[in-house]
Structures are given as structure tokens and as C-alpha cells.
Design a protein around this ligand. Structure first.
Ligand code: NDP
Length: 518
């Protein structure tokens, strides 16, 4: 039995403290005022509170696990390495995005050329900066209309598609239990938003001609400044909100480090009103709805520039289109993934969803505007098969876990009764919960075979661009780092949550991504 006690340490301490009679909002304000004092005491308080909470449980073993459970989720105490990484990311991530987009705009997508020309003195940082398109009010208007429209669709158009599309799960759905034991409700209407947005896009391109289908490409860098403004604004707002009016104080998580709090977030599920959920909105829209539109805009640009669209551009549009549609088709399932279930909302998600995702996940299409690659039939087929096989593994693995968890193990996986490991954990409110870890199907092959499928698909997008430049391969490098890091952090969390049961699971399924290798 394991005590899963992530956020109880601080909130549990506050609620039982001398200010327990004041309203919740004042408590969080008081929390802010006391934060300096608490920083020094935080780890002691954390351990003490966890210990006290553990002692309240009937099972004496709990206190032993409680000491470990302070490690749950994102860090409570930030080591130097994490701090330096966080500060470096906060400073350099916007420049990384700028570098890639600028390399396409000014250096024909060569990653090395800007550095070489800087080295030989052919250009200067100032001349590169001066040549980059600057902020424009017309781009700001486009961006404001875009985000405003997505907010409108998200908040004001309840889902009807689940009523007439068989098998689709939409409308109001429950999220996973939060660490404090709450279950939030979500309006799942992402597929509908995507369909309406794309129907309007095609209606415009075919009939209305309000704007050019190349509008996104034509304003790409000015739009990037707007996306940055929104990304920083929303992250800063979420940061301040967590101190002043958190949606759910029990689910807030503070460390003693302001940079870490800003980057990794404090609030778990910040909301405005009953339905505007920051995580669902910024994770799902506007970035992911835009992904396919951005690719369509690149395709239109190729057509405009060269009078033809290459098979590589079609492949990128199709494979990434499947991935995006899959995301919206399974949006209710997505509520149970790490982003929504375990990550707090900070700059990492806020800025990442506004800037990193739309700008770096679409680099292949951007590259193909500058380098229209026409693959041989055999290469195109190989890329298509790799992409589809990756998608199949990614989707089937996710589906197996979902099926298994929804039916509490009463289902068949690969035609047989599934094998699994029984485990238990405690939530912050002290409640004991049971869970099961699947060890058959793809989950018996490796502990994160869904990531392996995702990586195969990612490689296919890059391979569609041929071998002329490394820029389109940034995606597979990034996804490998992201998913390997995600494996490690998820397993760290699961190990704290399930304790010895997790060890039994890793003994049964020893590899993470590739059997026999890693
Ligand atoms: P998973 O869907 O693998 O979820 C991990 C969680 O599943 C664990 O925390 C644990 O949660 C539970 N779990 C772990 N092992 C088992 C098991 N054997 N049986 C049952 N449950 C288990 O991870 P993600 O949420 O990270 O990813 C979801 C998908 O999204 C993946 O396919 C990934 O590739 C994709 N993704 C894509 C990204 C992109 O940018 N394109 C970014 C991130 C993810 P619990 O506490 O409930 O036990």
C-alpha cells in the first residue's frame, strides 16, 4: 500500500494551520505573504505534514511510504541542475523557435549557414534581426480573431457531434481524479471545433475568398510575435492567479523557487468560470487546431510558388492530419493523459502550446515550401507505411490501456484475458484507491510502447522531407528527448505512487521503449 500524497504537504499544512477559519482566497493570499518564510521551512513542513497525514492512516506501513511520496509529481525542492535547466529554457526556448523559422526565412532552411555566416562576419546578429519581419497590427488582428474564434467555439458551442457520429465520445465528460481527490468536468467539443474551423477554411478557399489560403505562411513571423505575447501573458496570468485566486487551492503545488513555479506551474487545473479550463483549451486549441491549417497554408504556398504540390507535402499533410484528427477523436481519452492528469499549468504548457507546438511541430511543411521535395514512388510508399505503422502502434497501445482501465480488466487484449498487476495508492485526502497495471498486449512488450509508435510516426514526417537538410529532422530529435524524459518523469511519479507494486510491474515488463535496448 502506498501513500500518494503529492500536494497534501503544503495545502494540508495550510488548512490545518492558524488561518483555517479564513476563506479560501485569503488563505492563498496569506500563503503568498508567508511564502518567503515557508521557503526555508518547506521541506521540513512537507515531510512533517506527510508524516502526520501518514500517521492518521490505519496502516502503520503508510508512514514509511509517506516519506517517499513527497517526491510525487513535479519537484517540491529544486536542485541546481533543474534550476539551471529551467532558467536556460525560459531564456533560450523563444530563440530556438526564432532561429529555426529565421533560418528558413533568411537562409533557405540551412541550420548551419546562419552560424557560419556569423562566424565569417558575413552577417551580424543585428542584421539578422533587422531582416526578420517585425510585429504588425494586421498579424495581431489575424491572431486575435483566430484565438477569439477558438474561445468562442470552445465556450459557446456545446458539442453536438457525439449525437450523430457513432463511437465518438464528446459533450460533458469527467476528468481523472486530481491529486487532491477532485474530479473535474470538461466540455469535450474539440472535434466539433476542428470540423467547423476547417469547414470554414475550405469554404473560404473555395467560395468566399475573404482571405488567401496562404495567409498563415505570409504572416508567419509577425504571427510568431503575437503567439509569444499570448504565451507569456497566459503563463504570467496563471502564475499570478495561483497566488491570488486559485481555482483549487488544494491542488496547487509550490516549490521554494519562483522560476520553477513559473515554468512548471502552480495550479493544477486553473479555470475561469465553470468551463474555461486553461489546460484543455491551450493544449487542444488554438495550437493543435491550427496545426492542420498551418500545413494547408504551406501546401497552398507551394501551389502558388511552383504551380504544383509535391508528394512529400501531401504525405506530411496526411500523416500529421491523421495525428491531429486522432487527438480530437480521442479528446475524452486525452483527459486521462499526463498533460491533463499530472502536469500543472505554467509556462511549459502555456507558452509551449502557443509558440513551440505550432512553430516547431510544423517545420516539415515550412521546409517543403522552400525545398519542394518530390519523392520517388518507392520512398513515398516507405514513408507512408512507416507513418501508418507508427500510428497503428501509437493508437492501439493507447486504446489497449484505455479499454483495460475502462472495463477494470474485464476485456480482451489480443484475443485473450489481459494479465495485470494489482496495485493501490492513497490520494491526498487519505482515501485508499486501487488500480491495475496492464502487462499484456503492447503493454507487455514495453512500458511505453505508445511512445515508440509516436516516434516512428514522427520519423516518417521528417523522412518525407528527404535528406537534403537536417532542419526537418529537428522534430524527431525533439520528440525523442521529450518522450524519453517523459518516460523517466512518469516512471518516477508512478514509482512514488505505487511503490513496491511498481517494482513488480517493472520486473514483469523490463524495457521502456524498445525491448532488449531501452
Ligand atoms: P501514457 O498514456 O502512457 O500514460 C501514462 C500513465 O498511464 C501512467 O502515469 C500511469 O498512470 C498509467 N500507466 C502506466 N503504465 C500502465 C499500465 N501498464 N497499465 C495501465 N496504466 C498504466 O502517457 P502520456 O499521457 O504521456 O501519453 C499519451 C499519448 O500522448 C502517448 O501516446 C504519447 O506518445 C502522446 N504524446 C504526444 C506528445 C506530442 O507532443 N506529440 C506529447 C506527449 C504525449 P496512472 O497513475 O493512472 O496509473
Amino acid at each position: 500500500m502506498v501513500l500518494w500524497a503529492g500536494p497534501i504537504s503544503l495545502s494540508g499544512y495550510k488548512i490545518r494551520g492558524p488561518f483555517s477559519a479564513v476563506p479560501q482566497r485569503l488563505k492563498s493570499l496569506q500563503l503568498r505573504l508567508n511564502s518567503q518564510l515557508q521557503r526555508g521551512l518547506l521541506s521540513a513542513v512537507t515531510m512533517e505534514t506527510t508524516r502526520r497525514r501518514a500517521q492518521q492512516t490505519s496502516n502503520g506501513k503508510a508512514s514509511e511510504h509517506a516519506q517517499q511520496s513527497a517526491q510525487w509529481g513535479r519537484a517540491w525542492e529544486v536542485d541546481w541542475f533543474s534550476l539551471i535547466s529551467v532558467v536556460a529554457l525560459l531564456i533560450f526556448a523563444p530563440f530556438i523557435v526564432f532561429y529555426f523559422v529565421m533560418a528558413c526565412d533568411q537562409f533557405q532552411c540551412s541550420v548551419s549557414e546562419p552560424l557560419l555566416q556569423l562566424y565569417y562576419g558575413d552577417v551580424t546578429l543585428l542584421s539578422i534581426w533587422a531582416r526578420a519581419p517585425s510585429f504588425s497590427w494586421s498579424a495581431a488582428k489575424i491572431y486575435a480573431v483566430w484565438v477569439g474564434f477558438q474561445v468562442f467555439l470552445y465556450l459557446c458551442v456545446p458539442d453536438v457531434t457525439h449525437k450523430f457520429i457513432p463511437g465518438y465520445v464528446g459533450g460533458v465528460q469527467d476528468g481523472a481524479r486530481t491529486p487532491a481527490g477532485l474530479i473535474n468536468k470538461y466540455e469535450i467539443n474539440g472535434l466539433q471545433c476542428w470540423l467547423i474551423t476547417h469547414a470554414l477554411w475550405f469554404a473560404n478557399a473555395r467560395y468566399f475568398h475573404w482571405f488567401s489560403p496562404t495567409i498563415i505562411f505570409d504572416n508567419w513571423i509577425p504571427l510568431m510575435w503575437c503567439a509569444n505575447l499570448l504565451g507569456y501573458a497566459v503563463s504570467t496570468f496563471a502564475f499570478v492567479k495561483a497566488y491570488i485566486f486559485p481555482t483549487n487551492p488544494e491542488d496547487c503545488k509550490f516549490t521554494g523557487n519562483v522560476f520553477y513555479n513559473y515554468m512548471m506551474g502552480i495550479e493544477f487545473n486553473p479555470r475561469i468560470g465553470k468551463w474555461f479550463d486553461f489546460k484543455l483549451f491551450f493544449n487542444g486549441r488554438p495550437g493543435i487546431v491550427a496545426w492542420t491549417l498551418i500545413n494547408l497554408s504551406y501546401m497552398s504556398k507551394q501551389q502558388e510558388l511552383y504551380g504544383t504540390v509535391t508528394n512529400s507535402m501531401i504525405l506530411v499533410n496526411i500523416l500529421q492530419g491523421i495525428y491531429v484528427l486522432d487527438f480530437f477523436w480521442n479528446e475524452a481519452w486525452y483527459l486521462k493523459t499526463i498533460d491533463i492528469c499530472h502536469d500543472h499549468f505554467g509556462w511549459y504548457l502555456g507558452w509551449g502550446d502557443c509558440v513551440w507546438l505550432p512553430y516547431l511541430y510544423t517545420l516539415q511543411g515550412l521546409y517543403l515550401v522552400y525545398h519542394p521535395v518530390q519523392l520517388s514512388d518507392a520512398s513515398a510508399l516507405a514513408v507512408l507505411l512507416l507513418g501508418l505503422l507508427g500510428y497503428y502502434i501509437f493508437r492501439s497501445t493507447n486504446h489497449q490501456k484505455d479499454l483495460f482501465r475502462r472495463h477494470d480488466g474485464s476485456c480482451t487484449i489480443w484475443g485473450r484475458k489481459p494479465s495485470f498487476i494489482e496495485c493501490s495508492y492513497r490520494s491526498a485526502d487519505g482515501g485508499l484507491h486501487r488500480s491495475k497495471l496492464l502487462t499484456s498486449g503492447f503493454w507487455g512488450v514495453a512500458r511505453h510502447f505508445n511512445y515508440t509508435g509516436d516516434l516512428m510516426g514522427s520519423l516518417a514526417y521528417c523522412a518525407a522531407c528527404g535528406l537534403g537538410h537536417i532542419l526537418p529532422y529537428f522534430y524527431i530529435v525533439y520528440m525523442t528527448i521529450l518522450l524519453v524524459h517523459r518516460c523517466v518523469r512518469d516512471e518516477h511519479r508512478c514509482s512514488s505512487k505505487y511503490g513496491k507494486d511498481w517494482k513488480r510491474y517493472t520486473d514483469a515488463v523490463p524495457y521502456r521503449l524498445i525491448p532488449g535496448v531501452f
